[in-house]
Ligand binder design. Structure first.
Ligand SMILES: C[S@@+](CC[C@H](N)C(=O)[O-])C[C@H]1O[C@@H](n2cnc3c(N)ncnc32)[C@H](O)[C@@H]1O
Length: 207
């Protein structure tokens, strides 16, 4: 079924999703299968909780979803949903997320975007800096062979981020789901098969 881009807003309201972004995650997961029943997922930049709703359905009762945001995430009444208010760049916040499940996550997803200042170049640079900080925190958060999804904003500097990501994941994809407005510079990177130590040529890289 074809849905007009702005139709996703209406659809989100009708179906009880907290944001139209929920449909982007559904479409990404339909194509890349990074969320499975029973897994533990960390959702970075989770407010107001639209992705958390989709994740909770996908992981089912035996999985867990931990959402982090610097803003308040309105309560989600599910025993397997954990909400943390804080900055992902703060090691204490990351520790709190790990403590909630007692081990590393199977999948980390991030839909973060900074509070825009209006200066497009500066905003893009700050978003990329945040994306680098999230990528750098993966060895603490994501299990070996785990999966990663992150929203990025197009810029010429994105190439170095992509190159770095390729050293950590056995498969890397860039895509824009149908629910993402064509006028937006956002795109999504999917990394599958996390290797915490970038492989040195001639070694397995997974130590
Ligand atoms: C587009 S919204 C996320 C929407 C969410 N995926 C949903 O479906 O409801 C981006 C979020 O990233 C959050 N954010 C930005 N910087 C952050 C940081 N350093 N740590 C945690 N969250 C952050 C913002 O507060 C904002 O709520």
């Amino acid at each position: 079924m074809y849905i007009r881009k702005d139709g996703y807003y209406k659809l989100a309201k009708q179906q009880g999703y907290r944001s139209r972004a929920s449909f982007k995650l559904m479409q990404l997961n339909d194509s890349y299968h990074i969320i499975r029943h029973g897994i533990r997922v960390l959702d970075v930049g989770a407010a107001p909780g639209g992705w958390m709703q989709v994740l909770l359905t996908a992981v089912g009762k035996t999985g867990t979803v931990v959402g982090i945001d610097i803003l308040d995430i309105p309560p989600i009444h599910a025993p397997n949903a954990v909400i943390i208010k804080g900055d992902i760049q703060d090691p204490a916040v990351r520790q709190q997320a790990l403590a909630a499940i007692g081990r590393k996550f199977d999948t980390v997803v991030s839909d973060t975007s900074i509070n825009i200042s209006g200066n497009a170049a500066a905003d893009t640079a700050r978003n990329l800096e945040l994306s680098h900080a999230i990528l750098a925190s993966l060895p603490d958060l994501l299990k070996t062979s785990g999966n990663f999804l992150i929203k990025l904003f197009y810029s010429t500097e994105l190439k170095s981020f992509l190159t770095l990501t390729r050293t950590y994941f056995t498969q890397v994809y860039m895509t824009k789901p149908p629910a993402s407005r064509s006028s937006s510079s956002e795109l999504y990177l999917i990394g599958k098969g996390f290797q915490p130590v970038p492989p040195v040529s001639g070694t397995a890289g997974d130590r």
